[in-house]
Design a protein around this ligand. Structure first.
Ligand SMILES: Cc1cc2nc3c(=O)[nH]c(=O)nc-3n(C[C@H](O)[C@H](O)[C@H](O)COP(=O)(O)OP(=O)(O)OC[C@H]3O[C@@H](n4cnc5c(N)ncnc54)[C@H](O)[C@@H]3O)c2cc1C
Length: 401
């Protein structure tokens, strides 16, 4: 049996590159196939990366093209003509704003320096099993390996070509983003906004880069028909409502996986494993969207698992990947975020609760002859909207748990 490599990785985003770096460090002979002309050409991200996983992958991140450390967290809730805003400041190097086109290109360079072979402009068009391995058809010919890592992002092309998954946009979010030219910024701020566009389940974000802003929205697909503005105008309307002006340097739209811990798609099968978005690893817990650190973390675990699978020569036994994932932050954090993940799907979370908070605050700052205790005001507003005290307490518990 002849193979072209020990391991073939499909997709040169963060998860594929992390898997490739780890696997070559483990001594495997690896080829990575990327459809873009370079890594980062096809990747979209709002651009706030928690760097704990990156530090394990590349211990010295001093030279990485990170933008600004995030030292200010802001939250904004729009409800009709009212707006609630609060922020929290802390000097920290736990997360940075990044621009994916620059960052992924740099990471790919690190991978190539370590010996990873990357074939750019190579589109995988089919995958099928042959004897003890997987054949990948591409626009440049076919390749075969005993083990394949699917790092192709939300469309998970290898799993789909192998018939292990269906195309399931119902489990996706739409992410739209613009990069806006701004003044020189010294401080990194991550702002989460809810309620800026009515009808949609999801929210907006604004991240501060060195001399640009990343502005965008992430919205559950199913809720788009109820949106007050069409999907194509989402980011523009959001930017206007945030009062952000400036030259639009880039616009991009991309699907985001939205499965949740209890509903993940198949992530391993004979001779194949999935990482990052392709495995549905995304956390949306209301105050942050996290996919990048999960992509790097799962990629690293896949690289380690690949070494063990190849050494054992039992290429069908890929369960080791799942075993290692369960012990890692990836599945543990996904599990921890499940309650909030589900809460966001409820209609009341992003519409009724923000409205009630704004109405109560409004009555707190309005003096008239009619005046109630705030708690009575809150309970009567909730009752008007059909929410019982019991429901509120359950939701509060789910939100903080
Ligand atoms: C608008 C938006 C905002 C976001 N904000 C954040 C954030 O602030 N913080 C955060 O942590 N996460 C965020 N995310 C999520 C994050 O971007 C993803 O979780 C992360 O990029 C996943 O990386 P990946 O390598 O798994 O997939 P991708 O980055 O999607 O990489 C997949 C790669 O596979 C290649 N590919 C696909 N099909 C083929 C094929 N057939 N043949 C060859 N190559 C192929 C693609 O070209 C691409 O390079 C955001 C996502 C979006 C869309």
């Amino acid at each position: 049996m002849s193979y072209d490599a020990d391991l073939i990785i499909v997709g040169g985003g963060l998860s594929g590159l992390s898997a490739g770096i780890t696997a070559v460090k483990e001594g495997l002979n690896v080829i990575l196939l990327e459809r873009g002309d370079y890594s980062g050409a096809k990747n979209v991200s709002g651009g706030r990366m928690y760097v704990h996983a990156l530090r394990k992958l590349i211990p010295d991140i001093e030279n990485a093209p990170l933008e600004l450390p995030i030292s200010k967290e802001s939250f904004e809730v729009h409800c009709n003509n009212r707006k609630l805003y609060f922020s929290f400041e802390e000097k920290s190097d736990n997360s940075y704003s990044i621009l994916r086109s620059k960052f992924d290109r740099w990471l790919a360079q690190q991978a190539e320096n370590l010996g990873l072979i990357i074939s750019y402009s190579t589109l995988v068009t089919n995958a099928y099993r042959e004897e003890n391995g997987i054949v990948l058809d591409t626009n440049r010919g076919s390749l075969k390996a005993p083990l394949v890592i699917d790092a192709s992002g939300v469309t998970s092309v290898v799993f789909r070509f192998l018939g292990l998954r269906n195309f399931s946009p119902k489990k996706w979010m739409l992410g739209v983003k613009e990069i806006i030219k701004s003044k020189e910024n010294e401080e990194g701020e991550a702002k989460t906004v809810i309620g800026a566009v009515k009808g949609v389940k999801g929210g907006g974000f604004v991240y501060t880069n060195k001399d640009t802003l990343s502005v965008g929205m992430a919205v559950i697909f199913d809720s788009l028909p109820k949106s007050e503005v069409p999907a194509k105008d989402l980011v523009e309307v959001f930017r206007e409502r945030e009062g952000i002006e400036g030259e639009v340097l880039e616009y991009s739209a991309h699907a985001i996986p939205y499965y949740g811990y209890d509903n993940l798609p198949p992530i391993y099968d004979k001779n194949v494993i999935a990482v990052g978005d392709s495995a549905g690893f995304l956390i949306n817990d209301g105050f942050t969207i996290r996919g990048m650190d999960l992509a790097i973390g799962s990629g690293m675990i896949a690289g380690i698992s690949a070494k063990r699978i190849i050494e054992s020569k039992n290429y069908e036994n890929t369960e080791i990947y799942y075993t290692l994932l369960k012990e890692s932050f990836v599945l543990k954090h996904l599990q921890l975020a499940l309650n909030r993940f589900k809460l966001i799907e409820e209609d009341r979370t992003l519409s009724i609760y923000p409205e009630v908070i704004c109405e109560v605050l409004s009555s707190m700052f309005t003096v008239s002859e009619e005046r109630k205790y705030l708690i009575d005001e809150a309970l009567s507003r909730l009752k008007e909207k059909g929410i019982s005290l019991g429901q509120l307490l359950i939701d509060l518990w789910r939100g903080v748990k």
